[in-house]
Design a protein around this ligand. Structure first.
Ligand code: FAD
Length: 518
């Protein structure tokens, strides 16, 4: 009995030590980490930051965080863990800016690679020639790439709505925004990658070299390798943006116009939209950034008690082209059937337009409302079922849009490459619907969060029951059976790629697709 009690206490002490990482010299020794020759540093004590993400719902403490100074630091560490074999149970997660929602960039008792420490290569623009491009580190933030490329009058073509995300983080998903209908997602705008595989090998890949690894990694949820470098396509950047919002009360008219705009040659440069359910004072809120075309008419329009659909479009232009662009915009708007009194517009520099969500971030941070739980739900919905989805979800399930924006916009499948790992619906046109709720603190505990999670569950259950052919974007499942359904006929290919590039299933454990070892 004494022996049992003694072992119990020893076990308890070691658990406490591991949980608080008090035993880091012995961790380092037992895993032989002290032997590694690194230019950067490995920390065992300052690891709390790596256990957090934007979703603010899951927190898994890693054993250690690597702050790499070079690609070799990442390769050496991954190879070392790989050579320990399956028995070590150690896993490795690349952490970009940690803006995942459900712990995807975390590694419970594993290693987190803090990709933002990797400053090599410095952002390098190749502006000569017909097809300019930029070489960047996988841990670079898109906002920094934009700032640097603008110095050459250039910019990447495809974006996310928010730019304080890393290249490796968005390329592991897809990277979608209002330019995707024309240029495809960010993963369609990459020429070449450098990747550290789950075996610790450093491999260059592109459509012409190690093609299978290249397409595996794009949209690959971090499963096949750590992106350490990317070569991204650039285009001439405009000076300014005409940014326009108009409202619809008829969903069919709204989607008809959106679909028309994404199918036309002569169209806007950015097409998005969002749903407004029972908002009071909407127009006054807009007036801080937009001007109504007709202030008197606009002041008579009320949004309260209504479900409205806002088409948001933008046209890029240079300073010299003001008159021409005004005519073009007028022509495009004349073909649409929005409620005429609801035309609002704004003209801002290109960088301000692309970095627009950061303005909201600053405001929310100042009120302590940025670091709240974010139970977001992102769905890709085929064109043929979007009306059925809208009829149920925007009237019965979601009864107001006060918890955060509800984005809705279509993209063209022809701009997505089916050799990448991302899973999308079967049809030529499909919609992104993003229900971006924040669970604000309430005096009654977790009620708000539970309520939003329940709504999300109802939406997913409805999609399944009605057989809408929906796929999750930024997918989250906790059981492999669910992942199999998500991948459908592509599951076997995904598993084959996993065995080839990360045979011990060490990488990105926070996605919960595979368990070390396969
Ligand atoms: P992390 O959260 O750090 O990592 C995400 C996943 O990628 C993890 O599994 C991680 O292990 C893996 N990973 C990270 N870096 C690498 C790497 N170098 N190599 C391999 N794997 C890696 N998405 C859109 O498409 N469009 C949007 O408009 C959009 N807007 C957003 C707005 C906000 C405010 C937020 C918080 C997110 C938004 N997203 C959007 C989602 C975002 O693109 C993803 O969550 C993305 O993964 C975040 O990038 P990150 O650098 O924070 O990645």
């Amino acid at each position: 009995n004494i022996l049992v009690i003694r072992s119990f206490f020893l076990l308890l002490l070691s658990c406490i030590a591991v949980k608080t990482n008090l035993c880091f010299p012995s961790i380092s020794a037992s895993y032989g980490l002290g032997m590694l020759s690194l230019e950067g540093r490995l920390t065992f004590d300052e690891v709390q930051h790596a256990a957090r993400d934007f979703g603010n719902r899951y927190q898994f403490l890693p054993l250690a965080v690597l702050h790499p100074a070079s690609v070799s630091d990442i390769a050496v560490t991954v190879k070392h863990i790989f050579q320990k074999g399956a028995s070590s149970q150690l896993t490795v997660a690349a952490r970009g800016h940690g803006h995942s929602l459900q712990g995807q960039s975390q590694a419970h008792r594993g290693f987190v690679v803090n990709m933002e420490s990797l400053k090599n290569p410095k952002i390098k623009i190749y502006s000569a020639g017909k097809f300019p491009f930029v070489d960047v580190s996988g841990g670079e933030l898109w906002i920094n790439i934009l700032r640097e490329s603008l110095k050459y009058g250039l910019a990447p073509k495809s974006w996310t709505d928010y730019l304080h995300l890393t290249v490796g983080g968005t390329l592991s998903n897809a990277g979608i925004s209002g330019q995707a209908f024309r240029h495809g997602p960010q993963i369609s705008n990459v020429h070449q990658l450098e990747v550290v595989t789950g075996k610790g090998e450093i491999v260059k890949c592109s459509p012409d070299q190690n093609e299978d690894l290249f397409y595996s990694v794009l949209g690959g949820l971090g499963q096949f390798g750590i992106i350490t470098q990317a070569r991204i396509s650039l285009e001439p950047a405009p000076d300014m943006v005409k940014w326009i919002r108009v409202l619809y009360s008829d969903f069919k008219a709204f989607t008809r116009d959106q679909e028309y705009l994404i199918s036309s040659e002569k169209t806007f440069d950015y097409v998005e939209g969002f749903v407004i359910i029972n908002r009071t004072d909407l127009m006054n809120h807009w007036r801080s950034s937009f001007s109504p075309q007709d202030p008197v008419q606009a002041s008579h329009f009320t949004s309260s008690g209504k479900t409205l659909f806002c088409l948001e479009v933008a046209k890029y232009y240079d300073h010299g082209d003001t008159d021409e662009v005004a005519k073009e915009v007028e022509m495009l708007l004349s073909q649409l059937s929005y409620i005429s009194s609801t035309l609002f517009f704004s003209e801002i520099p290109y960088i301000e337009f692309l970095d627009r969500v950061h303005v909201s971030e600053i405001k929310l941070r100042s009120k302590g409302l940025w670091e709240v739980p974010h139970p977001w739900l992102n769905l890709l919905i085929p064109k043929s079922t979007i009306t059925k989805f809208a009829e149920e979800v925007f009237s019965t399930i979601l009864t107001d849009s006060s918890k955060g924006p509800i984005l809705i916009y279509p993209v063209n499948k022809s701009k997505w490459d089916n050799r990448t790992s991302v899973v999308i619906p079967e049809e030529d046109v499909f919609y992104l619907v993003a229900v971006l709720s924040s669970a604000l603190p309430s005096s009654t505990g977790n009620d708000e969060l539970d309520h939003i999670l329940q709504q999300n569950r109802r939406i997913l259950d409805f999609c399944k029951a009605a057989n809408l052919g929906v796929k999750q974007y930024l997918p989250h499942y906790s059981r492999q059976e669910e992942w199999k359904v998500h991948f459908g006929p592509r599951w076997e290919g995904f598993v084959r790629r996993k065995s080839a590039y990360d045979p011990l299933a060490m990488l990105a454990p926070g996605q919960r697709i595979f368990q070390k070892a396969l």
